[in-house]
Structures are given as C-alpha cells and as structure tokens.
Design a protein around this ligand. Structure first.
Ligand code: 16G
Length: 253
C-alpha cells in the first residue's frame, strides 16, 4: 500500500468530464496513470474491482475495462485472473548527463541492487561501423557484450557493449561490473560522448524489458575513452522510457 494513504482517497471523479474531447476511457486511464506515476497509487496497491470503479467514476464497466487494459498494456498495471488488478513496481531513475558512471554505480547510488542477465558475450571481428567508432582496423578482434540490466531484479535497459579485445580478452569471465573490471585491469574510462534519441522498442526488446510492444525508450550511444584519448568502448543501449529521466545541468557560459 502506498504511503500516501488509501488509494480510494486519491480517486477523483471530477478528473473525468463528458464535455472533454478525449473519450472517457482515455480520461480515466490518464487519471489513473497520473496517480501511479505521482506515487499516490503505490507499488502492489490493489485497485478496486471493475464495478466499484465504474460506480466511483460514474462510467460504464466497459469504460473501466478499456482504461485498465490500456494501463496494463503500458506495463503500469497487472491484471491477475481471479485476484484483481495491481499497480506494477515502477522503479524510476534520474540520471545526471554530466557524470561518467557505470550502471552498477548509478543503481547502487539509489539504494537498489544492480544486476545483469547475459544475452550473449563473445570475442569476434569488429563490424566496419564498430571498427570506425573504436579506431581499429576493419575486422580487428573485439569483445561483444549484450546484457539486460536490472535494478532490484526489474529490467531497465538492454546494453550492447563493444570493446577492443585487448581491454577485455576474456568476456566470458566477466562477472558483475564492466567498469570495475576495466579499472582493475588498468583501463579506467575517463571521458565519454553520448548521443540520446527517442525510439519505439522492437517486439524482441519489449519482451526483454517486459513492457508493452513498441513502448517508447531512450536509445543511448556512448563512446568512452581512456585518459590518453584511446577509444575504450562503444555501447548502444535502450533504456525504458517510463523508468529513466536524464538530467542536464546548464550553466551560463
Ligand atoms: C552504463 C554505460 C555503459 C557502461 C556500463 C557499465 C550508459 C548509457 N552506459 O550503463 O556505457 O558499459 O554503464 O556498467 O550510461 P557496469 O560497470 O555496471 O557493467
């Protein structure tokens, strides 16, 4: 149950209006979505039944059903046959864009435990694009690491990292933090360039991240360098759009 009191007290019938151009089920979904993202409805809170919600908001059960279906598709609710409808856990991470930190450090700093599930890892030849990004000759050997990154067991991002093989000759032996392993080998990441863009997840990515098909995500490409400017890693990742905010500090120049 959320710390903000009973979910029932948070429901506000006046959030819906027959005069509004949006269909009622969308207005209801928007209201409930707001309660979930603001924390008024907390992790694992149970929602009242369909009939009760319909009475509370003075709408039909069909409207309630459509709104709940929409939020389930977005991954904000779980509907369990016979048990009811529950708010999903929704970890939210605010990340500074100016600090060069690892996933493990970012998640630990928020009091959660970072984890990874391997999708694949191997040493092999660099693609022309990877060779270009890493300043290697075409076909040079690189370590390729594909991981699902988790916070408290919940999938947050898919990461595909490519590094010149000499920095990580045995990708199969990597257990835990990549940055920790690189620092331990004397190759600490010193500087990085990052490009962010908005994408819709592919069906495979949606499945891995346990979100609705084609859900929005942040595509982040990071190129990290050693202090002497040698390219260290090229990482392409998809971060769940509902779980990550990137914060940029702007100063007067
Ligand atoms: C972050 C980095 C990624 C790096 C990883 C290492 C972004 C967009 N990416 O996820 O480039 O490889 O941390 O994490 O921030 P680890 O040390 O926990 O394995």
């Amino acid at each position: 149950m959320s710390s903000l009191g009973s979910p029932k007290t948070a429901f506000d019938k006046s959030a819906l209006s027959g005069e509004h151009p949006l269909p009622l089920y969308m207005q209801l979904a928007r209201h409930l979505r707001g309660l979930i993202t603001s924390g008024s409805l907390g992790e694992r809170d149970a929602l009242p039944g369909e009939r009760e919600l319909a009475e509370m908001f003075e709408v039909s059960r069909v409207t309630v059903r459509k709104a709940l279906r929409e939020l389930s598709a977005e991954g904000l609710l779980s509907q369990r046959q016979g048990a009811g409808t529950f708010v999903n856990r929704n970890p939210h991470v605010e990340q500074s864009l100016s600090a060069l930190t690892s996933f493990t450090e970012d998640i630990a700093a928020r009091g959660m435990s970072a984890g990874s599930r391997w999708i694949s890892r191997a040493t092999g030849p660099a693609s022309p694009e990877e060779a270009l990004a890493l300043g290697l000759s075409p076909g040079a050997q690189v370590a390729k690491l594909r991981r699902l990154r988790l916070a408290d067991g919940i999938p947050l991002a898919i990461e595909f990292a490519v590094l010149p093989a000499r920095f990580l000759p045995e990708p199969e032996a990597l257990d835990g933090s990549l940055y920790q392993a690189l620092r331990a080998r004397g190759y600490p990441p010193f500087r990085a360039l990052q490009r962010l863009s908005a994408v819709c997840l592919t069906p495979e990515q949606s499945r891995l991240l346990e979100v609705a098909d084609a859900a929005p995500a942040l595509h982040i490409e990071r190129r990290s360098f050693l202090e002497d400017g040698t390219p260290l890693e090229l990482v392409r990742s998809q971060y769940r759009g509902d779980a990550y905010d990137y914060i940029v500090e702007l100063n007067l120049v």
